[in-house]
Design a protein around this ligand. Structure first.
Ligand code: NAD
Length: 424
């Protein structure tokens, strides 16, 4: 048990904790090192007094957690979502530490968010929330300190507002955030990077399991920044996207859906669930008949009861934390492989790293070059996991990441330098 942990964490924090303890239990680490690896370095809670359009005042709560800077500046997304709270943000910051380490990036891990529903706020109000949030966390962020990016409920517009607010406060620096619009120093591949990477890893994993990717039937839960690009790339690679969903519900078509046509439908103001060339899904999309299922919406959507009904033989985690530990155990018992989030959705932070590096050098790379380099990095990480039995993919990914962070902390004299071989 980690002495510094708050009692009774629920949800994401509990799942992250369980997985961390399982992996560190297999590594030859001092208890003090395990404790130092796990505690969040800095957690900031800010209150944001927002004047609503009707003149009333509401106070929103925002968070920024920097878990680790052992390998470089902390790095992680910013989510705007009703119910965001410190435990979830802490768990997600830790996940970012392991993700950046797994992919060999010179970053630590962070996460932030504001407890609000963007759909309830006007554009002016969203801009004001972002300005207040940026100013509140500004003393703690910076291109060499902690670099925010978009996540659920935020996008390149949010990053443009953050950049502008920082500039107005005398902190003009394009590398202070990633996921910016291209005209403000964003990279050409960043928007597509997470989803394209998810599709790429799905293909690698499906082939590793001895299957042909062409015509593989895939379901994608969530049709946002990650799900849209993943579905588009899967379609372009010859897979059949047989089901898509978003907050409005899901549709399925055995002959396949064209993600571009579904996107045009939703962009015209229609609900995805009403898409005419498919049947409405009754229940969870993750249980739809298919070969590969990709949860790319929220954490915790793949629960025990859904795990019992998954028909796919491969789950690829596009979202952060979609599969609970007990659901993963059920999937493994049923012979279903899971590519963990830190591996599958790492394309986004790899691309963010390239955006940050381009900003520092004041250069802009061609999109094709960045895409090639992102996929090459994903391949490098995947090649470390692929030889393992699929039941060990998450454990192996975490063990590699924790080993690298431990090495860095030992070199800095923060923890005892000792071996951390995997005890199998
Ligand atoms: P987003 O806000 O752009 O999209 C989320 C999508 O999920 C939307 O289409 C929404 O309608 C849908 N959704 C919400 N509730 C749903 C439900 N109950 N069932 C089905 N769909 C539902 O967010 P995003 O940036 O695409 O992030 C999705 C996930 O991927 C999150 O877990 C995020 O942390 C993770 N992630 C994002 C990035 C990135 O670059 N954006 C990188 C790595 C990981």
């Amino acid at each position: 048990m980690i002495a510094t942990e708050r009692p009774g964490p629920a949800g994401l924090l509990a799942w992250e904790h369980e997985r961390f303890e399982r992996v560190t239990g297999q590594l030859d680490l001092e208890p003090a090192t395990i404790c130092a690896l796990h505690c969040a370095g800095r957690s900031l809670i800010v209150e944001l007094p927002l004047q609503r359009d009707d003149g009333s005042m509401t106070v929103l709560t925002g968070y920024r957690v920097q878990h680790s800077n052992a390998l470089g500046p902390a790095k992680g997304g910013t989510r705007y979502r009703r119910g965001v709270e410190l435990d979830d943000v802490t768990a997600l910051a830790r996940l970012m530490t392991w993700k950046t380490a797994l992919h060999g990036l010179p970053f630590g891990g962070a996460k932030g968010g504001v407890d609000c529903d963007p759909a309830d706020l006007s554009t002016r109000e969203l801009h004001e929330v972002t300005r207040l949030y940026t100013l509140a966390i500004l003393p703690n962020i910076g291109s060499d300190v902690d670099v925010p990016a978009p996540d659920i409920g935020t996008n390149e517009q949010t990053m443009a507002w953050m950049l502008h607010a920082a500039g107005e406060a005398g902190r003009s620096d394009p590398a202070i955030v990633t996921g910016k619009p291209v005209i403000l120093g964003g990279s050409l591949f960043r928007a597509a990077s997470t989803g394209v990477g998810v599709a790429h890893v799905a293909q690698r994993a499906w082939e590793r399991l001895g299957n042909r990717f062409a015509d593989a039937a895939v379901a994608v839960e969530g049709f946002g920044a990650v799900g849209y690009w993943a579905a588009t790339e899967l379609h372009q690679r010859g897979a059949r996207v047989v089901a898509l969903s978003d907050i409005t519900g899901g549709v399925t078509a055995a002959k396949g859906l064209d993600p571009a046509a579904v996107h045009a439908w939703t962009q015209s103001g229609n609900a995805l669930v009403d898409y005419p060339d498919g049947e409405t899904i009754d229940g969870s999309i993750l249980a739809v008949d298919c070969d590969i299922t990709i949860p790319a919406a929220l954490e915790g959507t793949l629960t025990d009861s859904i795990a019992e009904r998954v028909s796919a033989s491969l789950v690829v985690e596009g979202a952060n934390g979609p599969t609970t530990p007990s659901a993963e155990a059920i999937l493994h018992d049923r012979g279903i492989a899971v590519v963990p989030d830190l591996m599958a959705n790492g394309g986004g932070v790899i691309s963010s790293y390239f955006e940050w590096a381009q900003n520092h050098q004041r250069v802009a790379w061609p999109e094709a070059e960045e895409r090639r380099l992102v996929l090459e990095r994903l391949d490098r990480s995947w090649d470390l996991l692929a030889p393992q039995p699929f039941e060990r993919w998450r454990t192996e990914a975490l063990a590699i990441a924790i080993g690298r962070v431990t090495d860095a902390m030992a070199l800095a004299g923060q923890v005892t330098a000792n071996a951390h071989r995997i005890v199998r």
